[in-house]
Write a protein that binds this ligand. Structure first.
Ligand code: ATP
Length: 235
């Protein structure tokens, strides 16, 4: 289980997360809904060891992540796919993907195998493997970003707004792949503003507002809730 307990985060004197508690059971696909600035990225960056929590605990399979180096956290199986993709646009697609395996670089054989698995998830990336990542469409670049995270062999994948800026049809395909990744055994924590599409594939969801968890529920409960629909679905 990935467990956040009373996690707080400060940027200077600004409290971006205040005592956030949530969990994702092994094999679950859990969605974190929240508007711009709610704190979704901050929560993921804290789990990844990029930001240091001001308080609280984040554990994966009972092991404390707060205070660990980002590389150690990736090695333990918790891998983030950041908002905005953060690719190296001049490097080829394959090189970008290989960077995701950096922390496991000593065993080159399995990396080749995982690269094949990524190409099986996103066949278009095999065709584009020698192209600069920056020449790909937005949807294809998001595939590279998710593929790069998969190269880190996640047991838990932290996906930060994968649908950002993508066309509806591409979003649909992206969410189908995310569901497949989850069904093949990877626990997924998915931060999204695209609530409708995310809730369609989620097992459970939380709502984050101004650094606080304000709701938790099953997708059907949240989809049936007028205040949630108004705030996050626009209906
Ligand atoms: P978005 O989708 O817009 O990224 P989010 O839910 O991921 O939204 P965060 O990026 O985590 O939200 O931001 C939470 C709050 O913390 C916001 O008020 C934001 O302005 C602030 N914040 C984020 N990063 C920093 C930083 N490095 N320094 C100071 N404040 C920050």
């Amino acid at each position: 289980m990935l467990k956040f307990e009373n996690v707080s985060l400060k940027y200077g004197s600004f409290l971006a997360l205040e005592k956030v508690s949530l969990h994702a059971d092994k094999g679950e696909l859990v969605v974190l809904l929240g508007a711009n600035g709610a704190g979704k990225s901050s929560l993921f960056l804290t789990a990844s060891g990029i930001h240091q929590a001001a308080g609280g605990s984040i554990t994966w399979e009972g092991k404390e992540l707060v205070g660990s180096k980002p590389s150690t956290i990736v090695q333990s199986g918790v891998v983030q796919c950041p908002e905005g993709r953060k690719l190296f646009p001049q490097m080829t697609v394959q090189k970008n993907l290989e960077l995701g395996a950096y922390v496991h670089r000593r065993d080159a054989g399995p990396s080749q195998q995982i690269l094949e698995e990524v190409f099986a998830l996103f066949p278009i990336l095999r065709d584009k493997k020698d192209d600069p990542a920056g020449s790909l469409s937005g949807g294809q670049q998001q595939m590279v970003a998710i593929g790069r995270a998969m190269m880190g062999r996640p047991k838990v994948l932290l996906l930060d707004e994968p649908s950002l800026g993508l066309a509806p049809l591409v979003i649909k395909q992206m969410f189908e792949v995310i569901q497949r990744i989850n069904q093949s055994g990877t626990t997924v924590l998915l931060a999204e503003q695209n609530a409708f599409a995310a809730l369609k594939i989620a097992h459970r969801a939380y709502v984050l507002e101004n650094g606080h968890i304000v709701r938790e529920g099953k997708p059907d409960e949240l989809l049936a809730d007028d205040s949630i629909r108004k705030a996050y679905i626009g209906a």
